[in-house]
Design a protein around this ligand. Structure first.
Ligand code: K7E
Ligand code: CUA
Length: 617
């Protein structure tokens, strides 16, 4: 099916319009240049590449981490239009998330999370459009279902592992999502003074098993690691399938002012984990149970983890599309290091080690590296395009470097405004990246938009990578705080329009206003409510002060976007129910008096009439 019926046609119109603009260019615009006989300014070219006409659809979705907002932002590319916000670790009144019983229970005691790395589910190393996973620092991973763009599960906080930053990267067939501790601490958790850090504190690397049909996550195993700070990760693919890679800093095992104490060594490590060997060890019972988790100690079970020395305080580690090159970026260096997986395997076989850390062998740097690529200052993350092109973000240089895998030549640099962290290429984490677009996810943006006070928006900059030279073509702004994002072809995602009535198995669902009403069982009151344009039935109900009240609301609409809300004033309740959905909200009727409830989501000309009263006696 053609999802973009108007696309080609509207592009033609845009090109014509852009060319017309180009001929009337004001003097302040960049110089015109000649291309294919027609005079077009760079601006017109950029406009034509990013313009998606009204009614037309984008070619890609971008799922962008919202950092400590605890949310995921959804963009369309190339328009860079913000399409929706998916609340994950934070309540969000706009969708009622964190107010109804189920989402409240999922959030638990934590109403914030620091989300960093979204990971689309994969089949054979390619995004399959089923789920999106995302980690957060309080030891959790969430699963969002791309059928309805909603958070369905939050796993954790998991025991033993503290500060889950190197996460949620998934393996090529979504066998596992990954977790690792940024902050080491005593395992099992107990109060031990920081002076015992080097010997008593431990890092943890974990594998989270993903059930192949439901996507349900469960903590499968953990590995006890030296007390380094594990930072980023990536799963092996093709040549390196079966492996996971994690960068670490503070291999000095220092405490206090880490900016000084943890930057002493010239090299830190990338931990390479053979997750299939970890699975075998668990199956053979070679683990200790700590706080209910199966934990492997590499000192007792060799052959599971190896350490690859990597240039000073590495941040990102990124596995190239062919799986054989592993790119590690030392943020305090001017080069990025490319390791060769075959060489790593040979070094392991030959025991080409230079030492060990807590029983884990350290491989010889010279034996496993293919190149040190002089990309520029402060390399953080690398993404991949077509034809072995690689793109590395440079935080200190505030730029993106384009270079070639295999020849290692750096061919171009594009400045970013300003201070780029992550970057994301179209299908850039898969075995077959698309090229086309690259987005710089920048920490700063000042002066590039109308001022909104001391806290400026963060910026996402769209870069055209179809030609030899990278070209900045659009600035988009966002709320705090971008970390990683992933970009997937739009036609791989197949969202539903409504929740079909026949799929609603909720025990408290009512589809007929005749079945709506109030039942009492001791102090427990159940209100079964039907929401349909433009009445909330029942239109009033009575309870006694101190009753525990459950309101179960079914939105019986089967028309897309016909949402209804249930806002209960003075009770801090706002539930939003999508067409075909049933949601419950439970509360104690503490305050007596009369309280209005009403539909919070505009639904019809008589939306304002969609209201009722709760009387608490
Ligand atoms: Cu992936 Cu921002 Cu958490 Cu790099 S981190 S920038
Ligand atoms: Cu229902 Cu507004």
């Amino acid at each position: 099916m053609d999802r973009h019926p108007q696309h080609a046609w509207s592009r033609v119109l845009v090109i014509a319009a852009a060319a017309a603009v180009a001929t009337q260019c004001t003097p302040s615009r960049p110089e015109s240049r000649r291309s294919g006989g027609a005079v077009q300014s760079d601006l017109a070219v950029a406009a034509q590449k990013t313009y998606v006409a009204p009614g037309d659809l984008d070619e890609y979705y971008m799922f962008s981490s919202g950092g400590h907002s605890g949310q995921v932002y959804v963009y369309g590319l190339p328009s860079m239009r913000h399409l929706s916000t998916i609340p994950v670790f934070t309540p969000y009144p706009a969708t009622g998330y964190g107010f109804d019983d189920d989402s409240k229970k999922m959030l638990g005691d934590l109403t914030w999370g620091d989300a960093h790395h979204p990971a689309l589910s994969e089949t054979k190393g390619d995004y399959d459009g089923r789920w999106l996973f995302i980690n957060e620092m309080n030891g959790r991973i969430a699963r969002i279902d791309l059928r309805d763009f909603k958070t369905k599960q939050i796993l954790g906080p998991v025991p033993n592992l503290h500060g889950n930053h190197a996460s949620s990267f998934v393996t090529p067939n979504s066998e596992y999502a990954m977790m690792a501790s940024r902050f080491s601490r005593p395992v099992p958790q107990r109060p031990v003074g920081v002076d015992k850090y080097a010997t008593e504190y431990k890092g943890i690397i974990a594998g989270v098993k993903i059930e192949p049909t439901s996507g349900e996550m469960s903590l499968a195993w953990q590995i006890l690691m030296p007390p380094f700070d594990y930072d980023l990760g990536d799963a092996g693919k093709l040549a390196s399938d079966g492996w996971m890679f994690f960068t670490s800093y503070n291999t000095e095992r220092a405490t206090g002012k880490l900016e000084v104490t943890a930057s002493q060594r010239d090299r830190d490590y990338i931990a390479a984990v053979d997750w299939k060997a970890a699975e075998r060890a668990i199956a053979e019972g070679k683990f200790d149970t700590i706080d209910g988790v199966k934990v492997i100690d590499p000192k007792k079970v060799p052959g599971i983890v190896y350490l690859l020395p990597c240039g000073k305080s590495p941040h990102g580690v990124d596995v190239a599309p062919n799986g054989n090159w592993i790119v590690g970026s030392g943020k305090l260096q001017g080069v990025t290091t490319v390791f060769n997986f075959e060489k790593i395997q040979t070094a392991i076989r030959n025991k080409d080690f230079t030492g060990e850390e807590d029983g884990i062998p350290v491989l010889k740097y010279e034996s496993i590296k293919d190149a040190e690529v002089p990309v520029g200052l402060g390399p953080l993350h690398t993404q991949f395009g077509t034809d072995n092109w690689a793109y590395t973000s440079l935080f200190v240089d505030s730029a993106i470097a384009k270079w070639k895998l295999g020849t290692w030549e750096v061919v171009d640099k594009a400045p970013m405004s300003y201070s780029i962290g992550h970057l994301s290429a179209a299908e850039g984490d898969t075995v077959s990246p698309d090229g086309n677009y690259l987005v710089g996810l920048n920490k700063l943006s000042h002066g590039r938009h109308l001022s909104v006070g001391p806290s400026q928006p963060e910026s996402s900059q769209l870069v055209d990578i179809t030609e030899e030279k990278m070209k900045l073509i659009y600035d988009a702004f966002t709320e705090p705080e971008p970390h990683y994002a992933q970009i997937i072809k739009a036609d791989k995602v197949k969202p539903i329009e409504v929740y079909p009535k026949e799929e609603n198995k909720h025990p408290m669902a009512v589809w007929d206003v005749a079945q709506a009403g109030v039942t009492r069982n001791g102090k427990n009151v159940l209100v079964k409510m039907v929401a349909v344009r433009s009445t909330l039935t029942p239109t009033d109900f009575e309870v006694q002060a101190g009753d525990q009240v459950t309101v179960a609301i079914t939105n019986v609409e089967q028309t897309t976007d016909e949402l209804h809300g249930f806002g209960l004033l003075d009770y801090n309740i706002n539930v939003v129910i999508d067409p075909g959905e049933t949601k419950t909200v439970t509360f104690t009727a503490k305050k007596s008096g009369v309280f209005a409830y009403y539909c919070t989501n505009f639904c019809s000309a008589l939306h304002q009439e969609m209201q009722g009263y709760m009387v608490v006696k």
